[in-house]
Design a protein around this ligand. Sequence first.
Ligand code: ADP
Length: 274
Amino acid sequence: DGDVAIQGTVVRGRERRPHEGEKLVKAQGVTKSFHGNQVLKGVDMDVHAGEVVVVIGPSGSGKTTLVRTLNHLEPADGGSIEINGQTVGCKAGPQGRVVALSDRDISLQRRNIGMVFQRFNLFPHKTVLENVTLAPVQLHLMTAAEAETFGMELLRKVGMAAHAKKYPHQLSGGQQQRIAIARALAMKPSVMLFDEPTSALDPELVAEVLAVIAELARDGMTMVIVTHEMKLARDVADWVVFMEDGNVVKQGPPESLFGPDAEPRIKRFVQSVS
Ligand code: ADP
């Protein structure tokens, strides 16, 4: 009925999004090598507005590298990436054309793309609220007062408003990750990228972060999530991308990857991480 359930937490009222409509992320034929070792071998991936795309696959298959190319943290070698209709710089474009963006263009594009890492990397000497308000104020997108009001709203959303004046070291890993999510949301990004957001957490802290992600999904946030949490893939994803050895080998709605008719290699993978 469209509800999503994360370890007993039911987030109500979200219909599965169809894999169609306006594309916020359009990656085609993306390639990337490190020292002659090709780790992305021509990856195609589309993410539509409001859609949650979960990227799964064995370690080393290129999942992290793929999301990092979307945010310019790693320049792709070839292929094309568009986010919000804007080309993300590749060393070589579709026809071998060099597409080099200025640092200014890159930072403008990054404002539109929220990123949450495995390690939360909060500013240790700033309070929780300061961590959330810093970027929009520094970039003159909001006044300090506006950023505080919006920051508190975001902290309420991730269940951390009561901790606004604390410092990161006073908080658990799950709480810090929820703040890292609020910090990314403070820039009002059109897409949120998550790179294994729960894999550095103690097992008992995973659920609270998954519940926040599920709630963002319910709000209609467009997200790309690299994860080993099959619950997230099963319960929250609209679309699942399975990578192996630098390629997308299968993509589709969750039931097509996790159902009884799933391919043996996907079943083996799911068993290995469950
Ligand atoms: P996954 O996220 O699926 O585990 P990664 O994208 O992290 O896969 O890694 C894919 C491959 O690329 C791995 O073999 C990894 O060792 C290699 N790799 C990733 N980043 C770098 C880097 N900065 N320098 C060299 N090799 C890298």
